[in-house]
Each structure stands twice: as C-alpha cells, then as structure tokens.
Design a protein around this ligand. Structure first.
Ligand code: ADP
Length: 236
C-alpha cells in the first residue's frame, strides 16, 4: 500500500528525517511512535505532500507520489487528520464533513451529504450534526476531524495524535473506532501517537522513530519490552 524509501528531510541544519524507510501493507494498522521532536509529523507531511523530501521517494500502491500536491494525494486515496484541527467554526458539523467529501473525496453535492452523514453516524456525532463546529468539545472535535478524513474516501488513513488530550475511557473508545475501520472497512491506517498506550493496544505493528531515524520496529509486545525504546522515552 505504502512504501517510504530512504526519506531525508532537513530544516536548515536540522535533519528531521534521516534516511527513513517504512512500508505498510493493505489492511494493516501501523502505530508510529517516538518521543517529541522525533520526526513523526514531518513524516506524515512528506507522505501527504505538505513537505517535499530532500532525498528518497514515497510510493503509494506502486505509484511514485513524491512531491505531488496535497490535494492530488488526497484524491489518490490518502486521507489524514491534523494534530491541531482547524475546523470552520461557524459551519455546522455536517457542513464541515460535507466539505471534505466534496473537495477531498471528489463527491457530487448529494453524494457528499450521504457520505458525510454516514461517517458522522459512525463517529457517533449524529446529535451534533447541525450544531456549529465551534460548540464542540475536545473529543467531539477529534471525532469530527476523523469523520472529515474518512469522507475523503481514503484507502490509507494517517491519524496524527487523534487521542492526545483525551481521558483513558475516551481514548479507548476512539481507539476502538479506529480498529474497526481496519477490521470492518478494510482501511489501512498509520496512527501517530506520543502516548503509547492506545497504540500498543490496537496496532498490528509498531514503528519507532527517534531523532529522525528508525529506532525499532516490531509487534506491540516486542516494542514494549525493547530496552532501546524504553531508554529513548525515559531520556525525554
Ligand atoms: P514529532 O511529530 O515526532 O514531535 P516533528 O516531525 O514535529 O516531530 O519534528 C521533528 C523535528 O523537526 C523537530 O526538531 C522540529 O522542531 C523540526 N521541525 C518540524 N517542522 C519544522 C518546520 N516547519 N521548520 C523547522 N523545523 C521543523
């Protein structure tokens, strides 16, 4: 589904990603973890076309998408959420999600509404559908963000700190919604989290970044007892 080959990204003298290679298979849920500043968001930005890498390639379903514009990559089937969502506060939840279906998913007006309603229902926001987005609380905003990303009809979905700031029961509820996307809808997911717990529970495989480089890769069980990983987090 996705292959990142030897990607390097620099910001001035800072090497945010240093020769990173990673691949994800169809129907897999990959957890991407690492201490603050390890390059997780930068990697998402390279995959989704917001940053052009200084070296390396990104292939999606065998097609080289390196350096393509973000909207084009969205239309090819890569959806994402942002760490800091910027909803249109004065538009309703339904309008916000429809906009994503319309522009990102290339749906017509009536299709966009149908798609938006389906995903709003999935994330359990139906009762809030006609409220302005600015009236939503933190959890609801994250769920709306998830519905927006889903409405672009992604085959590969990148989630950036979707559960950050949620309490433990909210975290597990959102994590279960994400797991069901893989199991029931066959969507391939890469999930970035700074907090490990949710990722360790639902991921098939975990990839650990540290200072822009791959530190470890394995099953959640292997990763959670890897001394290198434990040390990287303790050293924060
Ligand atoms: P993470 O998501 O793992 O916390 P980031 O990818 O946000 O890490 O950041 C990796 C490194 O790149 C950090 O040192 C960060 O300060 C730097 N960085 C990220 N984006 C930019 C940018 N647009 N300009 C300059 N430095 C950046």
């Amino acid at each position: 589904m996705l292959e990142v080959r030897d990607v390097t990204k620099r910001f001035g003298g800072l090497v945010a990603l240093n020769n990173v290679s990673l691949s994800v298979s169809k129907g897999e849920l990959l957890g991407l973890i690492g201490p603050n500043g390890s390059g997780k968001t930068t990697l998402f930005n390279v995959i989704t076309g917001f940053y052009k890498p200084d070296g390396g390639r990104v292939l999606f379903k065998g097609v080289d998408i390196t350096g393509m514009r973000p909207h084009k990559i969205t239309r090819l089937g890569i959806g994402r959420t942002f760490q800091i969502p910027k909803p249109f506060g004065r538009m309703t939840v339904l309008e916000n999600v429809m906009t994503a279906a319309f522009y990102g998913g290339n749906a017509s007006g009536s299709e966009a509404r149908e798609i938006a309603e389906r995903w709003i229902e999935y994330v359990k926001l139906r009762e809030k559908a006609h409220q302005e987005a600015r009236t939503l609380n933190v959890v609801e905003r994250k769920l709306m963000e998830l519905a927006r990303a889903l409405s672009t009809n992604p085959e590969l979905l990148l989630l950036d700190e979707l559960v950050a700031g949620l309490n433990p029961s909210e975290t597990m509820e959102v994590a279960n919604l994400v797991r069901r996307l893989v199991d029931e809808f066959g969507i391939t997911v890469i999930m970035v989290e700074h907090v490990m717990r949710a990722v360790m529970t639902i991921s098939d495989r975990v990839f650990v970044l540290h200072r822009g480089m791959k530190l470890a890769e394995g099953t959640p069980e292997e990763i959670s007892r890897d001394p290198k990983v434990i040390e990287a987090y303790l050293g924060e």
